[in-house]
Design a binder for this molecule. Structure first.
Ligand SMILES: Nc1ncnc2c1ncn2[C@@H]1O[C@H](COP(=O)(O)OP(=O)(O)OP(=O)(O)O)[C@@H](O)[C@H]1O
Ligand SMILES: [Mg+2]
Length: 219
């Protein structure tokens, strides 16, 4: 049985008087340690799918099963706890906390989970090549450095699944490639599965499997 499973997952949004069908009966299974990319035109539901997979949002129909647990049957608190322990997120616009240093940002998932910010923080920062920047604020970093800090934060708790939403979308192509290399290497090191939404064909091609999202369905 896969690490992540979506069975008949649908999600609709209300936009004014219109009903937008973002996902329409998606079937999907990802195994532990697998690298899968998710491509599709803007508005095809990639971000929506990642939010449902990570339990940030809930489907209107269908089941999302992560690590053998039906996310829909968990309370909000249980879902948050599961996320903190087992799922990491990387976003296009980094979402680092601007008033915290790199080291403090990276420590956050551990502290929120009631753990100590131990050697894992410095180790993970070193692995993404940011030791020299650990005491800097995000505003003092380049885009590529900010994304490497976000990758360290996403992986510091050694999650089973990393969800990345256009992680290179805000970077020039050389920096994007560097960041992707770090992402892939570190995900492998942690042994996590990676589900990555991207518009970048070269980045998508790095995955073991590419899923196409169109009209609310994957193929
Ligand atoms: N909170 C929301 N309220 C209303 N409509 C939404 C909401 N979130 C997403 N949608 C709609 O659902 C559809 C899928 O959006 P989604 O953001 O998942 O697409 P995407 O594939 O990630 O696009 P992009 O490549 O531009 O990031 C779009 O039509 C979008 O407008
Ligand atoms: Mg999106």
């Amino acid at each position: 049985m896969g690490l992540l499973r979506l069975d008949g997952v649908s999600k609709r949004f209300r936009r004014g008087r219109e009903d937008v069908v973002a996902l329409d009966g998606v079937e999907l299974e990802i195994d532990a340690g697998e690298f899968v990319s998710l491509v599709g035109p803007s508005g095809s539901g990639k971000s929506t799918l990642l939010h449902l997979a990570g339990g940030i949002d809930q489907p209107d129909d269908g089941l999302v099963t992560f690590d053998g647990r039906d996310l829909g049957r968990l309370s909000v608190g249980e879902r948050a706890r599961l996320r903190r322990k087992k799922i990491g997120f990387v976003f296009q616009f980094f979402h680092l906390i601007p008033t915290l240093t790199v080291a403090e940002n990276v420590a956050l998932p551990l502290l929120l989970d009631g753990r100590r910010a131990d050697g894992a923080v410095a180790d993970t920062i070193a692995q993404v090549g940011l030791s020299e920047r650990a005491r800097h604020l995000p505003g003092e970093l380049s885009g590529g450095e900010m994304q490497r800090a976000a990758i360290a934060r996403a992986l510091v708790a050694r999650p089973r699944l990393l969800l990345a939403d256009e992680p290179t979308g805000n970077l020039d192509s050389a920096t994007g490639k560097e960041v992707l290399d770090v992402l892939v290497t570190e995900v492998l090191e942690v042994g996590a599965a990676l589900l990555m939404a991207t518009h970048d064909e070269r980045a998508a091609g790095r995955a073991g499997r590419v899923l196409n999202l169109r009209d609310g369905n994957v193929s």
